[in-house]
Design a protein around this ligand. Structure first.
Ligand SMILES: NC(=O)C1=CN([C@@H]2O[C@H](COP(=O)(O)OP(=O)(O)OC[C@H]3O[C@@H](n4cnc5c(N)ncnc54)[C@H](OP(=O)(O)O)[C@@H]3O)[C@@H](O)[C@H]2O)C=CC1
Ligand SMILES: O=C1O[C@H](COP(=O)(O)O)[C@@H](O)[C@H](O)[C@H]1O
Length: 486
């Protein structure tokens, strides 16, 4: 892996504190950082290098999945960190930053390979990338990469504009758009699962699959993010990015080679075959919900409109469910159901693939109630895969479901940010979102955004602690299915 400089915009912020420092530290412990590297943190605060290093250490102590038990290693790790105070809107600061980077490159004998990680609000992306270019930070002697956080735009128009601006400074191959769901180990495992199990590959098509259900439910409410969330809603916060990415990786045809380009092409293909909703589709295939008060884990919680910072008149979506169709040869006729929401019964992310039941259709087992075969991919909080089959119980002589399972506890597996940063360090963008996918996702959700804005779709209240409004169950019942709330 090439030695490099990691320039972190927003180093004093929440994401850096909770995710980025710990990810870098765990990579360092696992020997997955380059032999030689420099990390420059940036923020407006007037911090010294020492204050910054203490902040990094504290953040790791609080948020890392591993505890610090080797102080020498920690010391060596912290030694790579320097801090530079910079207002991203002021050009002069970038010159000072360049001097700091070059000084460290010289001290450590580093080539001019630079990663710029933009852990800042989206409105700063344009000014930062322009200043990187104009100030000479994007040296021609080494490689440069840009890591950028979500949200990537607010709708189709703003995403197109943002992409156009980025492309003035960075090539598409140099841009690493983070969708942390693609960093979840089980999501990264999906291709391997199909690749190493030809039996699964053989059955993953419309001949055998009845429907696919993707759920990302959360128990938390709007938390302290009312300003952002009331503008974004579940559609922008989760659906347009994380959930559509899960759809792409679940449905994509397995390429012959698992390279960034091939995987990107296959994901894009899925989005191209996704049936556009149109105005009618929004009404028939999309359910919008908002939580009201209820109980979660035995604790009463308030409704969305009672949350601090939320107006009583808010029509923001805290839940969305949708029925989607991929009109290609493999999936045509198989409905994909997606749902996500806040203040639901449990925190989980899961894909359930329900197989067809030809015996039921033939009415051959009149006395046995047969559960369909299910392939359940548990993405979080625990990682796991289970396959539910049916077997006759010799004691009762009844057909009963049996399950083969594998699962791992989250403590033992690397976090999404570790896997993603490791990939970015070695220049592998397979598990980052590529522009075409982002564009097609916005294009697909745009009619939903418009109907939400016009308030032309019912806003179904749902009780906190439930799995969403009844209407989302009715959506599946129309097709003779039910959500598998396993
Ligand atoms: N926090 C999270 O869990 C997640 C965050 N994200 C995304 O990551 C990005 C960062 O989020 P988060 O860390 O929560 O945000 P915070 O508000 O916690 O941090 C913002 C950072 O930006 C810096 N900053 C703000 N204005 C300026 C400026 N004019 N010049 C230089 N630095 C500036 C702040 O530094 P200072 O105050 O010192 O000036 C601070 O380091 C956002 O795009 C967010 O959407 C994505 C997923 C999850
Ligand atoms: O991006 C986001 O994701 C989190 C959920 O992530 P998870 O890894 O805990 O499933 C969500 O709470 C947040 O609103 C959203 O911005």
């Amino acid at each position: 892996m090439d030695s490099m400089t990691f320039v972190l915009f927003g180093a004093t912020g929440d994401l850096a504190k909770r995710k980025i420092f710990s990810a870098l530290y765990n990579l360092f412990l696992d020997g997955k950082m380059p032999n030689s590297f420099s990390i420059i943190g940036l923020g407006r605060r007037e911090w010294s290098d020492y204050t910054f290093q203490i902040h990094v250490e504290q953040s790791i102590k609080t948020f890392s999945r591993r505890s610090i038990n080797n102080s020498l290693k920690m010391e060596k790790f912290l030694d790579a960190f320097r801090y530079c105070s910079l207002d991203v809107t002021e050009y002069e600061g970038y010159k000072k930053l360049l001097e700091t980077i070059e000084r460290r490159e010289e001290q450590l004998g580093l080539p001019e390979n630079r990663i710029f990680y933009l852990s800042v609000a989206p409105e700063f992306v344009d000014v930062i990338t322009s200043n990187i270019k104009d100030s000479g930070l994007s040296s021609k002697k080494g490689w440069k990469r840009l890591i950028i956080e979500k949200p990537f735009g607010h709708d189709l128009k703003s995403a197109l504009e943002l992409n156009e601006k980025l492309s003035r400074t960075f090539e598409e191959e140099e841009i690493y758009r983070i969708d942390h769901y693609l960093g979840k180990p089980m999501v990264q495992n999906l291709e391997g699962l199909e690749f190493s199990n030809p039996v699964l590959k053989a059955f993953m098509n419309n001949q055998y699959i009845a429907n696919v259900q993707i759920t990302a439910s959360e128990t938390v409410g709007v938390e302290e993010r009312s300003d952002y969330y009331d503008q974004a809603g579940a559609i922008r916060d989760m659906f347009q990015n994380h959930l559509l990415q899960l759809l792409m990786v679940t449905a994509m045809h397995l390429p012959n080679k698992l390279s960034a380009r091939e995987v990107g092409n296959e994901k894009r293909r899925i989005m191209e075959f996704l049936r556009p909703l149109g105005n009618k589709g929004v009404i028939t295939d999309v359910i919008r919900g908002q939580y009201v008060s209820g109980e979660i884990d035995g604790r009463p919680v308030v409704g969305y409109k009672e949350e601090p910072g939320i107006e009583n008149s808010s029509t923001n979506d805290t839940f969305i469910a949708a029925r989607l169709w991929i009109d290609d040869a493999l999936w045509s006729g198989v409905p994909f159901y997606i749902r996500t929401g806040k203040r639901m019964k449990e925190k989980l992310t899961r894909v359930v693939i329900e197989f067809k039941n030809p015996l039921k259709d033939l009415n051959m087992l009149q006395h046995d109630v047969m559960t369909p075969n299910l392939l359940v991919i548990q993405i979080s909080p625990n990682e796991g895969v289970s396959l539910q089959l049916n077997m006759k119980n010799p004691l009762t002589n009844q057909i009963e479901p049996i399950s083969t399972e594998f699962s791992a506890s989250p403590k033992n597996v690397p976090e999404a940010y570790e896997l993603l940063l490791f990939d970015a360090l070695r220049g592998d963008s397979t598990f980052f979102t590529h522009w075409k996918e982002v564009e097609l996702s916005w294009r697909w959700v745009q009619p939903i955004l418009e109907s939400f804005e016009e308030n032309s779709l019912p806003l179904h209240p749902y009780r906190s602690g439930s799995m969403g409004p009844d209407a989302s169950y009715e959506l599946l019942q129309e097709d003779g299915f039910n959500w598998w709330d396993l």
